[in-house]
Design a protein around this ligand. Structure first.
Ligand code: MGD
Ligand code: MGD
Ligand code: MO
Length: 747
């Protein structure tokens, strides 16, 4: 327990807070004193922690309880639940796991459990679930993320690693001191910089952006939304058609090439395959020169503006930033590849303040100068089941057993899933085309969810195991992505009968005779001490001294000092490419990849190309609008959607939608009206807000509203009833939420 003299602390993906407790209830979360720009998101938990949406006992769906596995099916959104004891719940889960493993094998269990869960190194829901399942023979798993799957698969072919470079992005200090022109595809959205996975100490994105502005860096916001760069920096706004960044990037590259502005010495020494790309740019390979006029017809930015921007980018120190959002669109591999190729032509990769960055302010840690420590984590063990899916292929997996899919050069088969178990993620938030998913969701015989609140995941499960939130358990916020390491105090007792995920799984492990394998005889606190002690040893190897466990608990937090010099992505490679080759086949930047070309994918050939997205404004029926369902400013995904901070922005109980006044007038719609968005996949409601800061023809509605279906329609405004469930390409099979056309009318 914390020292009496110290105020309680907690940490979350959206920040660190001091916790006020009165009469056994949490009454407020106050921003951490080290954080000059605390996020309001945290406060949203206070009212719902023990409110009516809290799950307070283990619950089993009536039809499943009566009829057994396989009987709930399409009653999953209709039937009621029955409360059971933990002993009963443990027995039901253990028996069902035993049945499925015996009759169908472990690959019939899908527990990819994709999702963000909560901060905290030990009580990380997915790690807990994976370790438990690995103790009983494993499960079908998932690869990559919803965030940037296309980049995770593509960029390693081009730059050797994606995450490695993401973790060493050129820091804001370097941008402020050396950058002249900052071209931000998808902007520098401060709303997103509130978040960092695993825990945020102090928010730095706003200060970083403002310092760069004050140092004279000019910003260009390439985005359908003006708000993607804060007004104070006075960014130029290039309001392109959504999903056409590649055409714009190709034209910028074509101007650089035709005007002889490319850095030949850089291309020769650090890259391979530029000639193949050049032949595509000037039209030798396909008969179409990628000129500014060609691009202007696609992206709807004037050719002169493109030409002028290309010259300015080549004239001084330029940073190109690509929002993660650019990967979450059809052919989402291409924008990152095209941006890397363009940056290579400018020859500034590895120099201070220049080159490329993958999404400044997509997270608080992007561009945050820090010393990444190799902290220990809770060991997950080995999963003996080889079956996996690229994470966003979940509906195909559930609905299409035995079906084939391509992924990163190989072909695989979907196993036959009988049991789904989710802990720490919400597929009814993250997946696209939810009506399609719901139909496939009816197929597995049993669905188990560990959840703390009655969101759509819990409501669509058969066995609901109520878990604690971080405020009800002790943990450590420990992540290489943030310099602050924070003790997460147990502020209140678990609400109702809620248990920690670890404790839930320990109970089931005991029922199945694998408790010792799961816990190794350690208590939760002993595991946390173990994580801290191993982390201390590993930090010492990096010459960083961490305090002992008791001092850490007493103080509540520590800060690992940042490196003295600003971080510069690919600095070592630039300084000496022979001693620091990239982990690509050539050791260099692969502007053309023989490996990818060898896969023979029509939708992802050997160099960056423009390909029309499945849906876009260049090929749209009358009245169609492009829907951007971007990340919500007032919460993280679906988390705390039911809390006070999120609800305050939704006075009519329906998610707001931003539309240009011209588009509203053309449809006879007015500010504040409840409208209906629809396409062939589904429909949802929204409250209309008008703004000239959005490109006409584009509408914006944040993702995150809890799915509340009425037939094929979501009453609360979850945009994923409208989005398209298709892979980015056969290479990465990433999700494409940002490729979506819809129609809007009065309700
Ligand atoms: N249309 C559209 N869709 C999108 C996106 C988009 O931009 N547009 N973005 C995509 C992206 S980038 C992502 S990363 C995904 C995010 O998708 P998810 O990560 O699945 O979304 P979250 O709402 O964060 O889900 C986390 C869940 O974990 C639960 N949880 C929290 N703490 C605990 C715990 O301690 N134990 C357990 N058992 N559960 C816990 C929460 O209640 C919540 O239900 O969404 C994707 N979907
Ligand atoms: N507050 C908050 N912050 C978050 C999250 C959250 O849920 N809430 N989620 C976190 C997670 S998991 C992730 S992965 C990151 C995601 O970070 P991003 O993927 O970058 O986030 P988005 O908000 O979807 O997109 C950023 C901006 O890109 C623009 N955009 C969309 N499509 C296009 C396009 O085709 N071209 C161009 N040029 N611009 C386009 C949109 O206007 C949008 O505002 O955010 C993280 N930060
Ligand atoms: Mo994400």
């Amino acid at each position: 327990m914390p020292d009496d003299k110290r105020d309680l602390l907690t940490s979350s993906h959206w920040g660190t807070y001091r916790v006020e407790v009165k009469g056994g209830r949490v009454t407020a979360l106050r921003g951490f004193e080290e954080d000059a720009d605390p996020s309001p998101i945290g406060q949203g938990i206070v009212d719902v922690l023990d409110g009516p949406t809290r799950i307070t006992a283990p619950m089993v769906r009536e039809s499943w309880l009566e009829g057994g596995p396989g009987t709930a099916g399409d009653r999953r959104s209709v039937d009621g639940f029955v409360a059971v004891t933990w002993a009963e719940a443990n027995r039901l889960v253990a028996e069902e796991l035993t049945r499925v493993r015996r009759d169908h094998g472990n690959s019939a269990i899908y527990a990819g459990s994709y999702g963000w869960a909560s901060a905290g190194r030990f009580h990380h829901a997915q790690s807990q679930l994976k370790r438990f399942l690995n103790c009983i023979g494993g499960c079908t798993s998932s690869k990559n993320t919803y965030s940037f799957a296309a980049a995770e698969v593509l960029v390693p072919h081009v730059l050797g690693t994606f995450r490695g470079h993401l973790d060493t992005m050129t820091s804001w200090e370097s941008v402020a001191s050396d950058c002249e022109l900052f071209v931000a595809f998808g902007g520098v959205p401060l709303k997103n910089g509130q978040i960092s996975q695993g825990g945020t100490g102090a928010h730095v994105q706003k200060a970083g952006l403002l310092a760069a502005h004050e140092a004279g860096v000019r910003f260009v916001n390439v985005s359908p939304l003006a708000s993607d760069v804060m007004e104070a920096v006075g960014a130029e706004w290039l309001a392109l058609r959504p999903n056409t960044d590649v055409a714009l990037m190709l034209a910028l590259a074509q101007v650089v090439l035709t005007e002889g502005l490319e850095d030949r010495a850089f291309l020769d020494r650090y890259t391979v395959g530029f000639d193949r790309f050049a032949a595509y740019l000037n039209g030798q390979s396909d008969g179409v020169a990628k000129t500014p006029d060609w691009a202007a017809a696609i992206c709807d930015i004037p050719a002169d503006t493109i030409r002028d921007l290309a010259r300015r980018m080549a004239a001084g120190r330029t940073m190109i930033s690509t929002a993660y959002a650019l990967t979450r669109q059809d052919h989402g591999e291409q924008p990152f590849w095209a941006a890397i190729a363009l940056a290579a032509m400018l020859g500034q990769i590895g120099l201070p303040g220049g080159g490329i960055g993958f999404g400044y302010s997509a997270m608080n840690n992007n561009g945050l100068n820090r010393t990444p420590i190799n902290f220990a984590s809770f060991p997950q063990g080995q999963n003996p089941v080889p079956d996996f899916i690229p994470v966003a292929r979940v509906t195909d997996l559930l609905g299409n057993p035995g079906g084939r899919f391509d992924y990163d050069g190989q072909s695989y088969t979907y196993p036959d899933i009988r049991l789904v178990w989710w802990a720490g993620g919400n597929p009814f938030h993250h997946h696209q085309d939810l009506n399609r998913m719901r139909r496939a969701w009816a197929r597995p015989e049993t669905i188990i969810a560990n959840e703390w609140c009655w969101n759509a995941l819990a409501r669509h499960a058969d066995i609901v195991l109520p878990c604690t939130t971080p405020l009800e358990r002790s943990d450590l916020a420990l992540t290489p992505k943030d310099p602050y390491q924070v003790v997460m105090d147990r502020a209140i007792a678990p609400v109702g009968e809620a248990r920690d995920d670890h404790e839930i799984l320990r109970g089931i492990a005991a029922e199945m005779g694998v408790e010792e394998a799961f816990t190794e005889g350690k208590s939760a606190e002993e595991w946390q001490r173990w994580i801290w002690d191993v982390s201390r040893q590993q930090a010492a190897e990096q010459d960083v001294t961490l305090p002992d466990w008791d001092s850490f608990q007493r103080e509540g937090w520590i800060k690992v000092p940042p490196p003295e010099a600003p971080t510069i992505m690919l600095e070592a490679f630039r300084a000496d490419p022979e001693s620091h080759p990239l982990a690509t086949p050539s050791g260099r930047i692969e502007i053309f990849s023989e490996t990818i070309a060898g896969f023979g994918y029509d939708d992802c050939p050997g160099h960056p190309v423009w390909q029309e997205p499945a849906e876009w404004l260049g090929q749209a029926g009358p009245g169609a609008l492009h829907l951007i369902s971007n990340q919500p400013a007032n919460k993280l995904h679906s988390q705390l959607d039911h809390g006070s901070v999120s609800e305050a922005d939704r006075p009519k109980g329906v998610e707001p939608l931003t539309m240009h006044p011209e588009d509203a007038a053309a449809r006879g719609l007015v500010e504040g009206q409840i409208v209906r968005l629809h396409n062939a996949r589904g429909a949802c409601r929204a409250e209309l807000r008008l703004s000239k800061a959005i490109r006409p023809g584009v509408i914006q509605m944040a993702t995150g509203a809890w799915y509340n279906p009425e037939g094929e329609m979501c009453r609360r405004g979850n945009p994923n009833v409208l989005t398209l469930d298709k892979g980015t390409s056969r290479l990465a099979q990433g999700p494409i939420a940002h490729t979506c056309l819809v129609w809007v009318e009065a309700e």
